[in-house]
Design a protein around this ligand. Structure first.
Ligand code: NAD
Length: 260
């Protein structure tokens, strides 16, 4: 149980971040949600998560491309929860284009949201974790933090960078009860992926099953998507005392993708 612990999960208004936030709340942690979206829908999610799990759930709209907003979010979390024990760096964006056509602005945005935000958030939460002798930092990287695909220059560079940052944070925190690990998912079943499958099936006039098997899961040997619940369960495990010696790891959750 994570009762008495509190967490910040970036990019937790949808998909994987929302799933991890739900798992943390269910385990008894207070949670600071963050991310973009419709304020009414976000407030509904926040209230539901708090009610269902009987924990404190807050929301901060910090834009992960702003170091100042990240610092303010940490201050608010500290004021509300007393401390921040768990940080999940999950917010991320993607852009796909050949390198010669890759827009400079997209490169900068992806590096700042997918990589630099994690640095700023760790930097702001680290001193208090160190002082208390407990901290759990979980960086949601990707199979693309371990291997590359064409046309994803910024994403692959940022996710490899995030795996590198994870190792440094792990080493610096090792004697202070702080662990840092990267989770490296292959394809995960999220509303976004579901919408892409429907769109591709329509535009190529092929069956949904074929889109899933031949396009999305071509490189994922299990031929199934990971689920946000699986990522939530792994995050809870990494926060517990049984995972005290797991640090600096990049853990693939990719159905064997990076095994071949
Ligand atoms: P998603 O688009 O459903 O969620 C992304 C979240 O990040 C949302 O809450 C969004 O509001 C937030 N976000 C985006 N820009 C932001 C900003 N500037 N400031 C604050 N929040 C911002 O995507 P997802 O699939 O749940 O992805 C979550 C993470 O998992 C990402 O880092 C992604 O790279 C990684 N990932 C996803 C998959 C997959 O198959 N879905 C696979 C590997 C890795």
């Amino acid at each position: 149980t994570l009762e008495g612990r509190s967490a910040i999960v970036t990019g937790s208004t949808s998909g994987i971040g929302l799933g991890i936030a739900q798992a943390l709340a269910k385990a008894g942690a207070a949670v600071m949600l963050n991310g973009l979206g419709d304020p009414v829908e976000i407030e509904r999610q926040r209230a539901e998560m708090a009610d269902e799990n009987d924990v404190d759930v807050a929301y901060d709209s910090a834009d992960m491309s702003s170091p100042e907003a990240i610092r303010m979010m940490v201050e608010r979390a500290g004021a509300r929860f007393g401390q921040v024990d768990i940080v999940v760096n999950n917010a991320g964006i993607q852009h796909v284009a050949p390198i010669t056509e890759f827009p400079e602005a997209k490169w900068d945005a992806i590096l700042s949201i997918n990589l630099s935000a994690a640095f700023h958030l760790v930097r702001a939460t680290y001193p208090a974790m160190r002082a208390r002798g407990y901290g759990r930092i979980i960086n949601v990287a990707s199979a693309h933090g371990l291997v590359a695909s064409p046309y994803k220059a910024a994403y692959v560079a940022a996710k490899h960078g995030l795996v590198g940052l994870t190792k440094v944070v792990a080493l610096e925190g090792a004697e202070f009860g702080i662990t840092a690990n990267a989770i490296c998912p292959g394809y995960v079943w999220t509303p976004l992926v579901e919408a892409q499958i429907d769109a591709q099936a329509k535009s190529h006039s092929i069956a949904r099953d074929a889109v899933i098997r031949d396009i999305f899961l071509k490189d994922q040997p299990t031929k199934r998507f990971a689920t946000v619940d699986e990522l939530g369960a792994l995050s809870i495990f990494l926060c517990g005392s049984a995972a005290a010696s797991i640090t600096g790891a990049a853990i693939p959750v990719d159905g064997g993708w990076t095994a071949h």
